[in-house]
Design a protein around this ligand. Sequence first.
Ligand code: SF4
Length: 241
Amino acid sequence: MLFDPKELNYSKIRTYLECPQLYRMIYVEQKRQPLTPLSSLGISLHRALADFHKRSGGLDELLDSYDAGWVGSGYADAQEQMSHYKRGQQLLEKYWEEQSQNKALVKWTEKIFEFPREEFRIKGTIDRVDQNPNGTWEIIDYKTGPEPIIEANMPGLQLTIYGAGAELGLGIDPQTLSYWHLSSGRKYSAPYDKAAAEKVTVLFIETGRKILAGDFPCNPERCPACLMKDQCRACAQEREA
Ligand code: SF4
């Protein structure tokens, strides 16, 4: 994968805002961030749902998709992997119950959008786009992380730029932005706000220009929780200073 500083997406911007040095390690130097049990399970669940919605079927087919897309790395041992695998099965069973009551049409899954802005291309992949029976559009992102963080950040950078991507890249008029929290089965929704989308787009452009300028300071506050700290020269230098 070639590094293209003019291609912006939510993950890149979030990473840069967390720590520009982390951005450099992942996207410029192309070092891999290690998987954790939570991130590995999240990938497995996303794969299962994307695959399942591409074809019709019931719970058995959903669980087959889960098996086929299971990611076994990121776990300390087989026991930890098995407990997460079972947890994922339970979440998908819950998802299936809720999905069975859902009247909306699942129009797209893993839908890629792209739109140009200034010298950049803003891209993203939306987990799911629903069209409700009254014709309105809903942008959905599946989440497995802590609920309070999701609730406090509604709709946040991710859903807002996805809303902009749906409008400017897919040519639809999204009304609702939602996180579908797989662990609790709750959906957190907010209306799409064009003014907020413009602000987030400007933030993307400003951050993209810092990236183009090669401005990659470190954020020492983030170091204790950083999964890349063992590989980070900047952090080691900071500790020695
Ligand atoms: S260890 Fe610290 S400085 Fe290095 S990438 Fe992680 S957060 Fe940034």
